[in-house]
Design a protein around this ligand. Structure first.
Ligand SMILES: *Cc1c(COP(=O)(O)O)cnc(C)c1O
Ligand code: SF4
Length: 339
């Protein structure tokens, strides 16, 4: 059996791999599931050939049937608005290509590096700032981790390694375990962080083995999920995240502020409270990166700040995420201020 076939066999033996394999891959299929017609979208849909629709069924189940404005649907459905060009919305808004210090490694901030451990995602989010990023050139394939690990080993200022992607949890557990062990062998690295949206869309990805991997070395681990709307969370999340927390993994969440999806104080406050119920603390609330194709999700800075002020006024401090934007060339995420 070829190694690709072997890999697929292993992934599909996992429950989450089977769920992933049954994902929807066309707008037509998705609209049919939701009892919607193309004519329910008066401005039309996009073919989105370069960044096609891709959405797992458990996420579709959380959408409301017959509602063309459903906040989960809007995150995955390619609308014709994506095809309009707007000044200021570019292909590489974060200038990440210039901080790519090694294949698959981004070293932009002091003390921490992003290791792009997997190229794919379990969902294609229309607002994604990586939608034009040259993933395939930048993924560190298994067996090619050494140059990135050597770079980290040679810079003692790096104390945290962040696994990113794509989505790092697209790696099967065995490969993830091997990577984490090799990172743990670098003495000055103290912390491991995993940023992922996969378990949000497929909660089955939160396996017991994942818990073992995140707690099985001397590294202190955190898992940062990317939940944008309260309806994305389910009882299975609460149960499985509870196990991770009991094992000692710090659980955080980051959200992207998206017009039509979560741009109301009511939804954001409900999200913070629901995150806490599901063992997650809100970490960042990101203003949208100005990537070509995502302009229809954009809010002005003053609208964003207004929502943030309402959160401050109504939530305990620990349930208010930091409102930030990412600016090319800045040494950290930039907090938004009042005007
Ligand atoms: C966001 C980000 C980090 C992590 O930043 P924190 O503020 O520590 O969460 C690291 N590297 C890059 C390139 C980032 O974009
Ligand atoms: S999961 Fe994250 S990286 Fe992947 S498409 Fe969505 S926003 Fe982008």
């Amino acid at each position: 059996m070829s190694s690709v076939a072997q890999t697929e066999k292993v992934i599909f033996q996992q429950e989450w791999g089977q769920v992933l394999a049954q994902s929807l891959r066309s707008s037509q299929q998705l609209l049919a599931e939701l009892d919607l017609q193309v004519t329910d979208f008066p401005e039309g849909l996009s073919e989105a050939l370069q960044f096609p629709l891709f959405v797992p069924r458990p996420f579709v189940k959380r959408m409301r049937k017959g509602d063309p404005c459903d906040p989960l649907l809007l995150q995955v459905l390619p609308l014709a608005a994506e095809e309009q060009l707007h000044s200021g919305f570019t292909l590489d808004p974060l200038a990440e290509q210039s901080t790519n210090v090694q294949a698959g490694l981004i070293h932009k901030y002091h003390g921490r590096v992003l290791l792009l451990a997997a190229s794919g995602c379990a969902i294609n989010c229309r607002y994604c700032f990586r939608r034009h990023f040259p993933y395939s050139e930048n993924r560190v394939a298994r067996g090619q981790w050494q140059p990135a690990l050597t770079y980290i080993a040679q810079d003692p200022s790096i104390t945290e390694v962040i696994l990113s992607g794509g989505d790092p949890l697209m790696l099967q557990d065995e490969h993830l375990a091997e990577l984490v062990e090799r990172i743990a062998q670098i003495p000055h690295v103290q912390r491991l962080r995993v940023h992922s949206r996969l378990p949000v869309v497929i909660a089955e990805r939160l396996t017991d083995q994942l818990t073992h991997i995140l707690t099985g070395t001397r590294l202190r681990s955190s898992l940062v999920l990317h939940v944008n709307h309260p309806r994305e969370l389910t009882p299975m999340h609460a149960e499985r995240l509870g196990k991770l927390r009991q094992a000692g993994v710090t659980l955080l969440n980051q959200t992207v502020l998206l017009k039509g999806v979560n741009d109301s104080a009511e939804v954001l406050i409900e999200l913070s409270e629901k995150l806490f119920d599901h063992h997650l603390l809100p970490y960042y609330l990101h203003v949208l990166d100005r990537v070509q194709g995502a302009q229809h999700f954009d809010l002005s800075s003053s609208e964003a700040y207004g929502l943030y002020q309402q959160m401050l006024a109504q939530l305990p401090g620990y349930l208010v995420p930091k409102l930030v934007r990412e600016e090319a060339g800045q040494p950290h995420k930039t907090p938004l201020h009042a005007f």
